[in-house]
Design a protein around this ligand. Sequence first.
Ligand code: PGA
Length: 249
Amino acid sequence: MSTPIIVGNWKMNGLSADSADRAKQIVDSLATVPAAGVEVVVCPPFTQLALLGPLLKDTPVAMGAQDCHKDDKGAHTGDIAPSMLTDLGTTHVILGHSERRRDHEEVDETVREKTVSAMKAGLTPIVCIGETEDQRQSGQTEDTLGWQIKGSLPDGFAGIVAYEPVWAIGTGLAATIEDITNTVAFIRAELVRQFGDAGKSLRILYGGSVDANNAAGILAIPDVAGALVGGASLKPDAFLTIIRAVPAR
Ligand code: PGA
């Protein structure tokens, strides 16, 4: 079985002191009562990576970023290269989040190029896919996910896939256990179709309104390897409850 992983996506929230305080609370709790066998990652805003890197070093909490550029250097004003992330102790990077696809018009090809360069830099990419409400209503969920998997994941993909239905993000309305189970089975089949045997062991996370109350049910779904958590990851108590809801496997 693959190692379960809980990822906190802090998005564009909090100033340095808030993030340092939140990180310390999570680290302290896990130092006191370890969540054995669960990988924990927090993804602060870029501007706080340099602060949190030393704080999280040699703790059970790894650090991720929320995006990176496809090139490793050059004339790209305002962008961040993968090696700039590893330089600060970052080990994971979220790519193709629906908010970036929406706000920055990222398409599957952009996500694929970023994924290649993240892998080259030694980062673990967490690639997000998910259908919108319109796509769901018009019965296009599987088509959408199929195209996103084909388009966003490069040959030799060595990372994590996060299934995040767009309509479930930040709405308090998580997908049902039945829907997640079925959709994750579809994603698994597509991964195996694209990557053969390697597709069998890629981890699939669920994201979209995961909270302290629904986490145990979602994390108990056999092929769900963990969760990508937005809003609830900003509250240490809720985030820790989610981490501790991971069933022993
Ligand atoms: P949410 O966000 O948990 O606030 O719904 C999840 C995400 O966007 O990764």
